[in-house]
Design a binder for this molecule. Sequence first.
Ligand code: PMV
Length: 331
Amino acid sequence: MSGKATATACANIALIKYWGKRDAERHLPTNGSISLALSDLQTVTTVEVLDEGSPDTFSLDGRPASEAEFARLGRVLAPLRQQAGTAAGVRIASVNHFPTAAGLASSASGFAALAAAAAAAYGLNLPEADLSRLARLGSGSACRSVPGGWAEWHAGNDPDGLDSVATRLAGPEHWDLRVVVALVATGPKAVGSGTGMARTVATSPFFDGWLEGVAQDLPQAREAVRVRDFSSLAEAAERSCLRMHGSMLGAVPPLLYWQPGTVAAVQAVWEWRTADLPCFFTIDAGPNVKVFVPAAHAAEVERRLLAVPGVTGVRTSRPGGGVTLSGEHLF
Ligand code: PMV
C-alpha cells in the first residue's frame, strides 16, 4: 500500500466549554461542548504511507517533532492501521498557518487534519463521525474541528466513546461574527489542559456545580446559535467560561490561568457591552481573552482592546469550515 493525502483543518474556540474527562485514555468528556471554528488558524497535514515495517516520521513546521508530540500520534494511527489491515508506517508533515504568536493551541486543528489525511492515505473513506472520533483520540477538542463551523461535541454514554463525537450545528456562513484574540501572554502554559482537568475533577468541590451549569448552558447556546441571538449566546458563553475557571480555582493546588491583562480585558468587555458595543469574551486554559463580535464592530473592538493595559496585541479571525482533503470539503 502506498497512498498520500493532504488535509486542512481549522482551530476552534469553545463557547460552552469542555472541562473534565470521564475517561482520560479515550478523551471522553464529562460534558458536552459547543464551538466555532476559525478560518484564519489552520493546520495543513500531509501523510504518506511508507513500506511495511518502516517507522513513522513526523515533522512539525519543518522541524522534527518532539518526543511528547510524537507519542500522541499513535492514538490516531493505531486504529487506522488496524482498520486498514496494515502495519505500514507513515511520513507526516504538518504545518500550522497561524498568525505569529496567535496565543492559540494548534492541537485541535492538528489532530483533525491528521485524522483526515492519515485515513485517506491508508485508503479508508471514513464518515464524519469516525473522523471526529479519531481526532478526539489525539486531543479532545480536535473532534469539533472535523465538522467545523458551529459544532457540538456530544458527551455520549458509550464506555468506548462510540457516541462521543462532534456534529455541525451550522456552517461558517450562518452568522457573520469575528473572534478577536486579545494577547496577554504567548509563552507555554504552566499546567496543560489534561493535567488541569484531571486535578479539577479529582479535587475541586466546585466541579459538580460546573457540571450542573452546563446542563443549562448547552441548550441555551444551541438555540442562541440557531436563531443568531447574540445577547443570549453572550450570557451562556461567559457563564460557561467563568464557571469553568471557578471550578479550577477550587482545585488543590488551585489553577489560575489569568494575568492582570486578562481581568482588565474582561472588565473592558463588560463596560463596552453595557455602553454601546455588542461583544462578549471567552477564555481557555491560558491568559488570552477571545472576544466575539459582529463583523461590523470588529475593527472597533481591536482598537479598544489594544488600549487595555496588559494586552500586547490582537489577532482577528472569521468563522471557519470543516476538514478538507486536497482543498475539497469532505462533508
Ligand atoms: O482538548 P484539549 O485537551 O486541548 O482541552 C481543551 C480545553 C479548553 O480549551 C479549556 C476548553 C475547550 O472546550 O476547548
